[in-house]
Design a protein around this ligand. Structure first.
Ligand SMILES: Nc1ncnc2c1ncn2[C@@H]1O[C@H](COP(=O)(O)OP(=O)(O)OP(=O)(O)O)[C@@H](O)[C@H]1O
Ligand SMILES: [Mg+2]
Length: 299
């Protein structure tokens, strides 16, 4: 079993994505592809200066375990992509980072998750400011049933970031500009957020997230409901935002992971199998399961 974990890939680095020829056999149905309990993540899950440091994170929904012993650092101003087959625990893991799983009754999280050295699951941690520091953009754009202006102004107002209308106006404009939406909406800020197209709504949600000056932005398949043009805009935006923010993005698009991220983490059945520089994951992955996934053998 261990020789699989130590296996080094022979995939040629020059082949275009995602049509690389698979070089490893994968498990037959019913056969366990690797030891179930003594797995270790291969690659480089740890960094020198971690913004987020997660150790031995386990997540259960009732009896069912969705995330198994995951240890991972996320560096400041890094874009990290999380990939893997449906149901492998990507969203569950992402939601741990701003305690969004707290809202799911049967969900239980164990292990250590530190943001700038502070334990976020500590009873001393207040989740409201935590969720402002660690914002989230969801798969389906979910603007509030309010005007475009109010969608962006809401967060700064409830977090008490501003007192004067002119300051609020400035935050709304800056956030919409940063989200690449200002020019398209500046003449109709009073229109409902829901009157925008899907891609515009997603950029509005990103503007809403950045309006409270988060340090980290979590994105769970932010482009899966968007057309290629809107997707390209969001991807450009991710590249720009990464200058100021740390970003963790879950995606089913390997091209997207390859385009936007510095490191890529591959999850399989709740386990973090491999983390490496994105280029390496998509050309010479260290683990045969990663390779099987990126060559399209399952997923
Ligand atoms: N609210 C919930 N209650 C019970 N089980 C859940 C809940 N949410 C997720 N799960 C289970 O946890 C496991 C991981 O789910 P999760 O949504 O994290 O996977 P995912 O990798 O994000 O999948 P996808 O790519 O389809 O979005 C799955 O087996 C799923 O059925
Ligand atoms: Mg998901």
């Amino acid at each position: 079993m261990h020789d699989i974990l130590e296996h080094k890939s022979r995939v040629s680095p020059k082949v275009d994505l995602p049509f690389m020829a698979p070089t490893h056999p994968i498990a037959e149905p019913g056969q366990r592809p690797f030891a179930a309990d003594d797995y270790q993540t291969v690659g480089s899950p740890f960094v020198d200066k971690a913004k987020f440091a997660m150790r031995d994170v386990n997540v259960f929904y009732g009896e069912k375990q969705a995330v198994v012993n995951v240890s991972l650092d996320i560096a400041e101003n890094e874009v990290i992509a999380m990939i893997g087959p449906s149901g492998c625990g990507k969203s569950t893991f992402l939601r741990c980072l701003n305690r969004m799983n707290d809202t799911i009754e049967a969900c239980r999280v164990s292990g250590s998750i530190q943001l700038d050295g502070q334990e976020i699951y500590s009873s001393k941690m207040d989740v409201v400011p935590l969720r402002a520091r660690v914002g989230m953009v969801f798969q389906k754009p979910n603007p509030f049933p309010k005007s475009i202006y109010e969608n962006v102004a809401y967060g700064p107002k409830i977090h008490g970031l501003v007192n004067r209308r002119v300051d609020l106006d400035e935050i709304v404009e800056t956030s919409l500009r940063r989200a690449g939406l200002w020019d398209e909406v500046k003449d109709r800020l009073d229109a409902p957020g829901t009157s925008l197209s899907g891609g515009q709504q997603q950029r509005l949600c990103i503007a809403r997230t950045i309006a409270v000056s988060p340090e980290v932005i979590l994105m769970d398949e932010p482009c899966s409901a968007l057309d290629p043009i809107a997707t390209a805009k969001i991807e450009e935006l991710i590249a720009e935002l990464s200058e100021n923010y740390t970003i963790a993005i879950v995606t089913h698009s390997m091209q997207q992971a390859a385009r936007v991220s510095h490191r890529t983490a591959y999850f399989h059945l709740g386990k973090l199998i491999e983390v490496n520089d994105t280029q390496k994951v998509f050309t010479t992955p260290d683990h045969p399961l990663t390779e099987a996934y990126i060559t399209g053998r399952f997923g």
